[in-house]
Ligand binder design. Structure first.
Ligand code: URA
Length: 197
């Protein structure tokens, strides 16, 4: 598929990128992975320690939780979801990426979105919400409601790392995921199977 080739080319470009200071401090670029053209994309903040080591997004503790949440709703990066981050290089000590680092990385994410062709994007946490949609938005206020952005339905919700710190948030994320499943059935696949909804 042409989109896969273009994504591989974009990945090569990102791997050679020196547009901000993060590349010098990380082990490798963590570009993104998953299936293109199946309607769903998930965007996180940036690679952590495990991701930096393995070169894949969401493979640490938060990533395993994300995979479980997605799976409960009938989604996975093997079948129907593309997963990426606001920044592709790990910020030192896992600090939040700076606005200029987000800006430097944004063209890659915009191109990933164009090639993944999602109808729905799940924004995980404040950095994803602010980095892509609205720098002033608050995740606690915006979560749980779809908002349209460039013709795509965006669902902000809490980041899985926040759920690990505060398990009370899990119920809210599941409420948000049920809305994602409903919207996915409406926009992408009326027969979409989800174990719990
Ligand atoms: N947290 C993120 O936001 N992204 C990852 O890839 C891993 C952890």
């Amino acid at each position: 598929m042409k989109q896969n080739m273009l994504m591989a080319e974009l990945q090569k470009k990102a791997e050679a990128c020196q547009n901000c200071g993060l590349r010098k401090e990380c082990n490798q670029v963590v570009f993104g992975e998953g299936v293109l053209g199946k309607g769903l994309m998930v965007i996180g903040e940036g690679p952590g320690q495990e991701e930096d080591k393995l070169g894949r997004p969401f493979v640490g503790r938060a990533g395993r939780l994300l995979d479980m949440i997605l799976e409960s709703a009938g989604f996975s990066r093997e079948r129907n979801t593309y997963v990426a981050n606001i920044v592709k290089c790990r910020p030192p000590g896992n600090r939040t990426p700076l606005p200029e680092e987000r800006e430097a990385c944004l063209p890659y994410l915009q191109e990933q979105i164009r090639l993944a062709e999602p109808k729905i994007i799940i924004l995980l946490g404040a950095t994803a919400l602010q980095g892509l949609v609205d720098p002033k938005a608050k995740i606690s206020v915006s979560r749980g409601r779809f908002q349209e952005w460039q013709g795509i339905q965006m669902m902000p919700t809490y980041h899985p790392a926040a759920l690990l710190r505060n398990p009370n948030l899990k119920a809210l994320v599941w409420e948000d995921m049920k809305l994602v499943v409903d919207e996915y059935r409406k926009l992408v696949d009326p027969n979409h199977y989800s174990e719990y909804h």
